[in-house]
Write a protein that binds this ligand. Structure first.
Ligand code: RIB
Ligand code: CA
Length: 312
């Protein structure tokens, strides 16, 4: 029985690969895709989400535009990483499939209110503005959420947009605080894991050798997107963040972590958006998430490559 999921996203090349992985995997059923402002502004993230759906051969997918700014802060974007369009790398045509008229937050609330208990998994891949706004406006939707599996945060790896904070959490710390305090089953893919999912030249060559349009697109996206992090970390490859969320739904045993307390810094500007993870359980704060710390990187890339090859 596939898991019903909603992907909330700010494409973003790594978001794009995560969405493709979801469409290629029978273990998950994508109920819809909700775009949020993050890597690039909302008009681009909603357009990019539709480009990826068409690339996957899924033009019937429901794609919604959500919040265009964080709950309490000015939007910070990441064109320096993802390029002006958010999907720089290959040449892309504008999407033909429609954007749904309904606001993403309204659709999330309506969908969860109509869903059976514990039946929908939310997969946030960007700032948590849409998810937190829905939870704040309709706390009753918690009942329908089976699990939230998100990419965000970092503990041993610190931050990537400031020394203390990872981008998705940093952009909307207030939203992250709402999600981490919501009492929903929460699984977190932090930089501690994604920094071990390094897209090496061999992996990119593997995408390219698929001989498919999807393989070529993924190779071009990862080539472009990785240049910034390879420069920054001086590593052989750069982290492929968002697909870890979908890989977890398909093969959870690829990942190991701890059920611990994680709270979000929402006051100090110096550490704004830090995920304060009680990895060593030194506080008496109640555990509120499974915070992943390691993954089988070879297994992750084998799964990703095998599944992407299923798409044309
Ligand atoms: O810090 C990495 C995260 O920020 C990823 O989700 C990437 O797409 C960007 O949104
Ligand atoms: Ca993202």
């Amino acid at each position: 029985m596939p898991r019903n999921i909603i992907i909330d996203t700010d494409p973003g090349q790594d978001d794009a690969v995560a969405i493709l992985l979801a469409f290629a995997s029978p273990e998950v059923n994508v109920l819809g895709i909700t775009a949020v402002a993050g890597n690039v502004p909302l008009p681009l993230t909603q357009k990019n989400a539709r480009i990826v759906c068409e690339l996957a051969g899924k033009p019937e997918t429901l794609v919604f535009a959500g919040c265009d700014a964080p709950m309490g802060r000015k939007l910070v974007t990441a064109e320096h990483v993802h390029g002006k369009t958010g999907l720089d790398g290959p040449q892309l045509n504008d999407p033909v499939m429609p954007l749904q008229d309904q606001h993403a937050v309204d659709w999330i609330i309506e969908t969860l209110r109509a869903a059976p208990a514990n039946s929908v998994t939310l997969c946030p891949l960007g700032p948590l503005t849409n998810i937190a706004t829905a939870l704040q406006r309709a706390p009753d939707i918690i009942n329908a959420i089976e699990e939230i599996v998100l990419m965000g945060g970092g503990y041993f790896e610190g931050g990537n947009i400031t020394p203390a904070a990872e981008f998705n959490i940093y952009v909307d710390p207030q939203a992250a605080d709402i999600v981490f305090r919501a009492g929903v089953p929460l699984t977190v893919m932090p930089l501690d894991v994604t920094h071990k999912a390094l897209t090496t030249a061999d992996h990119i060559a593997g995408f390219r050798s698929m001989g498919t349009h999807v393989g070529d697109m993924v190779a071009a996206w990862t080539d472009f997107f990785e240049r910034f992090d390879k420069e920054k970390y001086g590593s052989e490859g750069a982290p492929l963040h968002d697909p870890t969320v979908i890989a977890y739904l398909i093969k959870p045993d690829l990942f190991t972590g701890r059920h611990i307390n994680v709270e979000i810094e929402t006051t100090s500007e110096l550490t704004m958006g830090a995920t304060v993870a009680d990895w060593w359980r030194v506080s008496d704060r109640a555990p509120n998430c499974t915070f992943m710390g390691d993954l089988d990187a070879d297994g992750f890339f084998d799964l990703l490559t095998e599944r992407l090859a299923r798409l044309g």
